[in-house]
Design a protein around this ligand. Structure first.
Ligand code: F6R
Length: 244
């Protein structure tokens, strides 16, 4: 586990974008595992800037997103499909057919989750998986639980996640109650993992996830078992990690 400390959100975003762009340059047809939420927005903005400067080429890049709300269609501005197009896909030369987000409108959850898991396998797996961290330690939508979910599955969102995400919706009642998400096993199969965190509100959970016991009650704690994890955090988010 390597931890890079950035002084602020902007520096965190640039460092994370650096790592992703190195992957794209080394392997132009790489599979990027992508995340949504507020944390990666600056990273995507930085990638777009480098693309506009001619320093990055997404023509062969393939992507798989971590998760999607169940029941939101692609045109809904709160869907993760919409988010990815708004923040990255529509701003670079990626081929739309090479981008993948779980289909939140597929009513048959077993069918969709099996399709998504097989899709990732058929692409040869994820070269680098970008992750944000939920306040309760979730990664993707893998909420605290009594066991680690192995594969892509349908989850019931916890009250704490509904509470955290209601800022994007008109009210908490509008937040979908379920989502399709890669499982912990799916995430752990990525060859490399890049976790980004910012803000003092994440400081406690960062310390618990990275230095506390490995338990499905803190899903991100499983990352301690991955052989190639890079964490890029701002000073506020890393304030409570052990220093020696
Ligand atoms: C997003 C995702 C979530 C977020 C997490 C942190 O695709 O899977 O796990 O990464 O909820 O969200 P933010 O970045 O908004 O704090």
């Amino acid at each position: 586990m390597r931890i890079y400390e950035a002084k602020d959100y902007q520096e965190m975003s640039r460092k994370a974008a650096n790592i992703l762009s190195a992957q794209i340059i080394l392997k132009p047809d790489c599979v990027l595992g992508l995340a949504t939420g507020s944390t990666p927005i600056g990273t995507y903005d930085q990638l777009v800037q480098w693309y506009e400067k001619g320093d990055l080429d997404f023509r062969e890049v393939r992507t798989v997103n971590l998760d999607e709300y169940r029941g939101l269609d692609r045109g809904n501005d709160q869907s993760y499909y919409y988010f990815m197009h708004q923040h990255l896909f529509d701003r670079v030369n990626i081929v739309p057919e090479n981008t993948n987000v779980p289909d939140g409108m597929e009513p048959d959850s077993e069918k969709e989750c099996t399709r998504y898991e097989e899709l990732i396998r058929s692409m040869g797996g994820v070269d680098i998986q970008l992750l944000g961290l939920g306040h309760n330690g979730h990664i993707g939508f893998n909420e605290p639980d009594s066991s680690f979910a192995k594969t892509t599955h349908c989850v019931d969102l916890t009250e704490s996640t509904i509470e955290a995400n209601k800022r994007f919706f008109a009210s908490a009642d509008d937040v979908p109650r379920q989502a399709y998400t890669m499982g912990i096993g799916t995430i752990m199969r990525a060859k490399k993992i890049l976790l980004i965190v910012n803000g003092e509100a994440k400081a406690d959970i960062v310390a618990r996830a990275l230095f506390g016991p490995i338990t499905p009650e803190v899903p991100a704690s499983v990352l301690q078992l991955h052989s190639d994890v890079v964490i890029v955090g701002d000073s506020a988010a890393l304030a409570k990690i052990p220093r020696n």
